[in-house]
Write a protein that binds this ligand. Structure first.
Ligand code: GRF
Length: 209
């Protein structure tokens, strides 16, 4: 089982980052966050990284002429930390196909809906406005589209009639914090492979003995 070195890209609060840090420190995930990168100087995610003694890097998009120049710096930081896996955790920028190709390692994202329903921004509001009775979260591979890559894990939560965007978001977040470390653990165990759009998880559903 390989110990994975993770880069986490986050723009804000960083509660998923915190869940990953906690899972790693508790030995629930055979992986360590080695660098946190943000496009926002004041992102709480950077603060959380510093508290855990982890390299926290702000890359200011305004310092670069175009998206590719900005993304080239992200790649440079990631390569400099010998990362095995990139995790997007509330990173509020759409990465281009240039980034995906240059990275050369798997990239995961967590999204607060049951994809392919409600991709993009404000997924919880989209779910409430649509009137679905269940929503949830999805961990998926990042490909060159928006929230469109092969799905690794999903968790379902109910949507109640009196839910606001915030109450639904909080219910989903509880599941996100469990799901992301689980997905990383499966990768570290080498149990995940893609067959076209489908993600095959070895050992899933098999009965021991
Ligand atoms: C989460 O809801 C995640 O699914 C979405 O952005 C939010 C990030 O929250 N991609 P946090 O910064 O991890 O607290």
């Amino acid at each position: 089982m390989a110990h994975l070195r993770l880069a986490v890209l986050a723009s804000g609060r960083g509660s998923n980052l915190q869940a990953l840090l906690d899972a790693s420190e508790a030995g629930q995930m055979n992986a360590s966050v080695v660098v946190v990168i943000s496009d926002k100087e004041k992102a709480q995610a950077l603060e959380r990284a510093r508290k855990h003694g982890i390299s926290a890097v702000w890359v200011n998009p305004r310092d670069y002429r175009g998206k590719e120049d900005f993304e080239a710096v992200l790649i440079e930081v990631i390569k400099g930390h010998k990362v095995d896996l990139i995790l997007l955790a509330g990173f509020m920028r759409i990465l281009s196909s240039y980034f995906v190709r240059q990275a050369g390692i798997p990239i995961l994202n967590i999204h607060p809906s049951l994809l392919p329903a409600f991709p993009g921004l404000n997924a919880q509001k989209q779910a409430i406005d649509y009137g679905v009775r269940y929503s949830g979260c999805t961990v998926h591979f990042v490909d060159e589209g928006v929230d469109s890559g092969p799905i690794i894990l999903q968790a379902v939560v109910p949507v109640f009639p009196d839910d606001s965007e915030e109450t639904l978001a909080m219910r989903i977040l509880v599941e996100e914090h469990k799901l992301y470390p689980q997905a990383v653990q499966l990768l570290s165990e080498g149990r995940i492979r893609c067959a076209g759009r489908k993600v095959i998880i070895s050992g899933e559903g098999e009965v021991d003995g």
